[in-house]
Design a protein around this ligand. Structure first.
Ligand code: PA5
Ligand code: NI
Length: 194
């Protein structure tokens, strides 16, 4: 039998995310190269103050089948050109694993895509739970004026695969037009074959 793990108590501040996380991951503009449609706009941001785009606050839970890992993500408000601040996005390494995103603060979109290029979105605001079924890659986008914060829960053995998104992009991007978020085809997207 596996060694018995002690229960864990985690405090979550709905306006800040996990209080006292074991790990904080920060992604700045410099970590997002090639991910936005407007490379020049990203370069400009880099030469200015290389802003923080998002932060993930994690608790150490074993990365093993049977466990449920959880973390909070804060995406700051802002844009790269016309495109809103967003996460890198990923598929799970074990593709047959699902995930839950529960919005705590702010607003934005959960953008999902299959490897075959099918796209789906869920508008997130406090109280909305987005269920990401197995096989859907996922990215979140802050379309609001303040921080967009959500809690993520996923199987311990899911894993994060960033390569597919880095190489092919998402089929659609979310940009601001006339003050409103709209989905547009991503000029940089290349279909995943096979
Ligand atoms: O596990 C998840 O899906 C989330 O916790 C994300 O990792 C988090 O929102 C950051 O996004 P990404 O991993 O795509 O950089
Ligand atoms: Ni995930």
């Amino acid at each position: 039998m596996e060694e018995l793990m002690e229960p864990v108590r985690t405090l979550i501040d709905f306006k800040k995310g996990v209080v006292n996380p074991d790990r904080i991951i920060e992604r700045r503009a410099s970590d997002m190269q090639g991910m936005y449609s407007d490379d020049l706009a990203l370069e400009k941001l880099l030469s200015q103050d290389n802003p923080l785009i998002y932060q993930v606050r994690e608790i150490n839970i074993p990365k093993k089948s049977g466990h449920i890992i959880y973390s909070t993500t804060i995406i700051y408000p802002g844009k790269v050109g016309k495109e809103y601040f967003m996460t890198k996005g990923h598929f799970h390494t074990r593709e047959d694993t699902a995930e839950i995103y529960f919005c705590l603060e702010g607003e934005g979109y959960l953008l999902m895509q299959t490897k075959q290029g099918k796209v789906s979105t869920i508008h997130m605001r406090p109280g909305v739970l987005g269920y990401i079924p197995p096989y859907w890659g996922h990215r979140t986008i802050n379309t609001g004026k303040k921080e967009f914060i959500f809690l993520a829960l996923f199987p311990g053995d899911a894993g994060h695969n960033y390569e597919v998104v880095e190489k092919h992009g998402f089929a659609q991007i979310m940009i601001e037009e006339n003050g409103k978020p709209i989905l547009k085809d991503n000029p940089k997207y290349t279909p995943v074959s096979g």
